[in-house]
Unconditional design. Structure first.
Length: 437
């Protein structure tokens, strides 16, 4: 079974030739809000949240990773479930606060935090700043002294090679992220020497897009060992141990869903081994998922604006492209372009019979949403859907390229749909210029 069929049957229950999202025909949504646009199904968010929450022991809290999709409606959805937020910039801190997240439910990780961002986070009294370098320790200490506060921090650790895994291995090698594991004691010495810093715990920096639950458990086991080592040196339990994100979703036909029940069983076994350890008494464990929770809930919808054949190759030219969805074009981390799940949304039950390239409207050969993808024979006006587009799509794309209007976002639940971000206007690009005269 191909990925499109799996998604449509497993998540959307579209039984007719036309795709339905949240029981609403996609043509009705496109007619009301126009194309291109992003649409999110609240039912899928419910489903993914429940899968993750049921797999985690009660000692674990969840902080949604804002970078995956920062739309305020999505942030409020997770806040409403008692979820914290993980931010990576001062801008995301403003978004988190604007969405109603309590400051003490916000953690801040990311390299290169500016002094202004650190001061904002410390002044707001967020839960923790996850330190990425020795200089950052000094900056937090100086700003905390000036503000008259004790900056709450955790050390973000870049662990050794033996704990790595996932489609995008981010730790275990030279990196701008986190403090190398072999420098942990040096960093801890520096933190403990600062009277205006409150050391709370560690954050394990590993990989992302992990689909093998055994890799996750191995990483968590390694993190537990690091946490125990640090707590033993302090002579008291850590307040927090953050295992980061890493939960993946399958984008391509050869990939399998992360076995969340098996992950839950492995994590329960791991927790049983530390349950009675005094070095973990009242420790709050934390995960920071983003893609896993929102990725499958979103779809990018474009309309075919033109069809042409050039030297024997057929092109479906759509009204949206890589400026809205850089990842689907293969230009966000892929070495070799692989197609996201892509389908003709008003011809789901029509046989796929021709190989085409689905391209966007931009003046660059990079603007390819689907290369040599086999689809039903399409016509101008048909709707194309790029699935798995809830995470790292709109927010990770060059929206200003060629000054096209930015795409709206629509929320669907229980047969109703709501605009949660308006379409940008051409005039938006001239506001700053005009205001300056």
């Amino acid at each position: 079974m191909d990925r499109i069929t799996t998604l449509v049957n497993g998540y959307f229950n579209s039984l007719s030739d036309e795709f339905h999202i949240g029981d609403v025909p996609v043509s009705a949504i496109a007619a009301k809000y126009g194309t291109p646009l992003f649409v999110y199904d609240r039912h899928i968010l419910d489903r993914k949240w429940t899968l993750l929450r049921d797999a985690l022991p009660p000692e674990f809290a969840i902080s949604y990773s804002v970078k995956a999709n920062p739309n305020r409606t999505i942030l409020r959805y997770f806040i409403g479930r008692g979820c914290g937020l993980e931010i990576a910039s001062g801008g995301e801190l403003h978004q988190a606060l604007n969405a109603g997240c309590p400051p003490d439910s916000i953690v801040f990780a990311g390299p290169g935090k500016t002094e202004a961002e650190l001061e904002l986070a410390l002044a707001q009294g967020i839960s923790e700043i996850h330190v990425e370098s020795m200089l950052e320790i000094e900056r937090i200490s100086d700003i905390s002294r000036r503000l008259g506060v004790r900056g709450r921090i955790a050390l973000r650790i870049n662990p050794g090679e033996e704990s790595q895994g996932g489609a995008l291995r981010m730790g275990g090698k030279p990196a701008p992220f986190g403090i190398d594991e072999d420098q942990l004691d040096v960093a801890l010495d520096r933190v403990l020497s600062k009277p205006f810093i409150e050391f709370r715990g560690i954050h394990l920096f590993v990989g992302t897009q992990i689909l093998n639950h055994s890799i996750l458990i191995d990483q968590y086991r390694h993190g537990m060992g690091l946490a125990k080592r640090v707590a033993g040196r302090l002579g008291c339990p850590l307040q927090t141990v953050d295992f980061g994100g890493g939960f993946g979703i399958p984008y391509f036909d050869h990939e399998q869903e992360l076995d969340m029940p098996a992950f839950g069983e492995g994590l329960a076994d791991l927790m049983a081994k530390v349950k009675d350890d005094p070095l973990f008494t009242d420790t709050q464990f934390l995960v920071e998922p983003g893609r896993y929770l929102v990725g499958e809930a979103g779809i990018y919808v474009v309309r075919i604006n033109d069809i042409k054949v050039s030297r024997g190759k057929k092109f479906l030219i759509a009204d949206g492209g890589m400026h809205h969805h850089l990842a689907a074009s293969g230009n966000l981390g892929q070495t070799i372009k692989r197609n996201y799940p892509i389908g003709v949304l008003n011809r789901l039950n029509t046989a796929s019979e021709e190989k085409v390239d689905v391209v966007g409207p931009l003046c660059t050969p990079l603007d390819v949403l689907g290369r040599e993808v086999v689809l039903p024979k399409a016509e101008v006006g048909d709707l194309i859907g790029i699935f798995q587009s809830g995470a790292y799509a709109r927010s990770a794309s060059p929206l200003g390229f060629l000054s096209h209007p930015t795409p709206p976002e629509v929320w669907v639940e229980e047969g109703r749909h709501y605009l949660i971000r308006r379409r940008g206007k051409y005039d938006d690009y001239f506001l700053d210029l005009c205001d300056g005269f």
